[in-house]
Design a protein around this ligand. Sequence first.
Ligand code: VOV
Length: 251
Amino acid sequence: MSQAVSTYEGWFVYHDFRKIDWNKWKSIHPSKREQMMQELLDTIREWSSVENNRKGSFGQYAVLGHKADLLFVHLRPTIDELNEVKLQFDKLDFADVTSTPYSFTSVVELSSYTIPPGTDPFSDPAFRERLEPILPKTQYVCFYPMNKRRLGDDNWYMLSVEERRKMMKSHGMIGRSYAGRVRQIITGAIGFDDWEWGVSLFSDDPLTFKKLVTEMRFDEVSARFGEFGPFYVGCRLTSDGLNALLSDNIK
Ligand code: VOV
């Protein structure tokens, strides 16, 4: 049996993808719609306020393509709080005009591959900030789930820790060459969801997602072991932006 990697966990994360039933939304009387919007915006204000005292983070995005219309990302210290925000949304009248085509439950994770043995990462404030990250306020987000392959000779979980560390070092070097252009939050989902990790990328230039993901595809750890789920790309929404998205579409 090969040695399991030790991991460090931070805030729990809930990616909540929502699709809007536009016909239903548009058929609602304008004054009722206004009331539903206000209720939604009040809830979002409450969710966003967790960042003020570092009790979590929140982001909302307009999602391109047919897979979803909105993405709400919640980071909280406990999974119970994530459950609460999920139920809080589901109890809003606005929830009745949405469905959930996809969701992802995970926890911010750092693995020990690149941490020198003997160091106490928790004594490092920068490390803590990576485990309990405030979502970057970039204009664009990219999210996808992924696994490490377990197939014949390409079984990540049968490799020695040294082989895995070597590949993760190369992976990290590629990632670092994108410093300042993209930020990543890697969340572990083993035991929580259908994929092993969630990859959330943040950038002000959507092309950077394509360049980075392409470059990583040619790197051994992704080329041999990466298995990927659906990709989602979105534009960050302010409350005004969400208001406009829901209002401007009413014809
Ligand atoms: C944007 C840049 C970037 C940077 C700097 C970066 C660096 C690093 C480092 C240093 C480490 C190891 C220590 C740790 O921090 O855990 C990781 C870890 C990880 N990564 Fe990464 N990654 C990036 C980006 C980045 C991307 C774009 C992807 C998706 C891969 C692709 O092909 O689409 C990814 C995946 C992961 C995963 C799934 C893990 C956990 C693997 C495990 O087996 O545990 N990652 N990553």
